[in-house]
Design a protein around this ligand. Structure first.
Ligand code: ADP
Length: 223
């Protein structure tokens, strides 16, 4: 049993899923004048939907979780609440996945009250139905059991976080690692492998940022 159920998503998957999502939107008869990407996860799907739906207008809004100092609870915020007039336009808000739905609900409410489009619908490649507080108008995949989707646009970021978790959790008993030991443990924890390029880049980054030291014998030492 892996510790964190994780699925590796490829660029080809993303193109196929985006095309599938575009078909769902077309079949429903919705013709958006403008697409709004939820930054950052919605960028690539939004750009692909512009292509598959032949939409020229693409803007974005950054809505993300923010850990307040000294608080465990996280709150979603609109990071740059700029104003734009969308009156008279049919808009489509696009994200990669609806997990809790918190960031998307916040983005939707902000757009309706501040940008005032004629109509706003929501599309996501994936919808985690048992946990989401909101059901998107259009989705391509319904996920019935929670999984972390390792999307291609967060491969380095995720790999660094994944490695940090291993190093942290094992630090009581192990502080010196070979690259191979870390690779093996990565597979045990997450059940996937991200490929040598990303794996090595993540290790190099952890050394550069001072989290790990690398010895002449190519051992990685937790600082
Ligand atoms: P929402 O459910 O409103 O999308 P979350 O705060 O749960 O908001 O997620 C914000 C972003 O975090 C998502 O758009 C996605 O980029 C990333 N994310 C959340 N859950 C997952 C998951 N299970 N797999 C991959 N990425 C995720």
């Amino acid at each position: 049993m892996v510790k964190v159920p994780t699925q590796l998503v490829t660029w080809d998957d993303i193109v196929n899923w985006s095309q599938g999502l575009a078909n769902v939107i077309k079949k429903a008869g919705y013709r958006p004048d403008i697409i709004i990407a939820v930054s950052r996860g919605g960028y690539v799907p939004a750009r692909l939907l512009c292509d598959f739906l032949l939409v020229e207008n693409l803007i974005s809004l950054q809505s993300q979780h923010w850990t307040e100092a000294a608080k465990v609870a996280e709150k979603a915020i609109i990071k740059f609440p700029y104003r734009v007039d969308l009156s008279g336009l049919r808009a489509l808000l696009v994200d990669d996945i609806v997990d809790t739905g918190d960031t998307l609900i916040l983005a939707r409410d902000f757009i309706i009250s501040e940008w005032k489009p004629a109509e706003l619908k929501i599309a996501a490649l994936q919808w985690i139905s048992p946990v989401a507080k909101i059901k998107p108008d259009f989705y391509y995949i319904e996920v019935k059991e929670w999984v972390w989707f390792q999307y291609p646009w967060t491969r380095l970021e995720d790999t660094i976080q994944f490695l940090r978790r291993i190093l942290r959790e094992e630090s009581g008993s192990k502080k010196v690692w070979t690259a191979q030991e870390l690779k093996d443990r990565f597979l045990e924890y997450y059940g996937i492998y991200v490929g040598d390029t990303y794996f090595n880049l993540a290790l190099e980054t952890l050394v550069e940022t001072g989290y790990l030291a690398k010895s002449e014998e190519k051992l990685y030492i937790v600082k």
